[in-house]
Design a protein around this ligand. Structure first.
Ligand code: ADP
Length: 172
């Protein structure tokens, strides 16, 4: 397992030049605020048209579409849990989001994948715990799979960036 496959960048996920970016969507898959809104704006209306045909997505699961006007060829839409205090299976559901996205990337034989900090915006998941889950699931995946050569955690601000840097140092 190669730690060098993992990187963190401060920036906007819609600008990432990777095979696929992950969208922190809601269960309708019909667009929303935050990173979801940014991805739909940058991808253009064809993304929403394709999402309309998918019939939604359950929390913890993921579905793939094309990336349309994005630099990324694909978008993997996943639905994170809403934070409700931690006793409603949130951690397992968030881990399942990462596993589902990574499994799709392996099925499609993608080489590079970028994640936002799923559930840490409107869904209110505590950032440090969410980052630990993200990094742990990626580590577990890399121990068993060699399909991906680049996994990027895209951090929208410096606070998130610092938290990921710490989580990566602790988990790897
Ligand atoms: P959720 O509903 O899963 O909480 P949000 O979109 O509200 O989703 O937030 C998830 C994370 O994505 C937050 O940490 C937010 O700062 C971050 N984010 C928002 N816009 C972008 C963007 N364009 N690129 C990368 N990350 C983003």
């Amino acid at each position: 397992m190669d730690k060098n496959k993992i990187s963190i960048v401060l920036g906007d996920i819609t600008k990432q030049n990777v095979d696929a970016i992950v969208n922190a969507a809601n269960s309708s898959l019909l667009g929303g605020s935050g990173v979801d809104g940014a991805i739909h704006r940058a991808a253009g209306p064809e993304l929403l048209a394709e999402c309309c045909r998918l019939g939604g997505c359950k929390t913890g699961e993921a579905k793939i579409t094309k990336g349309y006007n994005l630099p990324a060829k694909w978008v993997i839409h996943t639905v994170g849990p809403v934070w409700n205090g931690g006793n409603y299976g949130e951690a397992e559901l968030l881990a399942s989001c990462y596993r589902s996205c990574l499994a799709i990337s392996a099925e499609k034989n993608l080489k590079s994948l970028a994640f936002p900090a799923i559930s840490t915006g409107v869904y209110n998941y505590p950032m440090l715990d969410a980052a630990k889950i993200a990094v742990t699931e990626v580590r577990k995946f890399l121990e068993k799979n060699s399909s991906l050569s680049t996994i990027v955690f895209v951090c929208f601000n410096e606070k998130i960036y610092d938290i990921y840097r710490q989580a990566i140092a602790n988990v790897f």
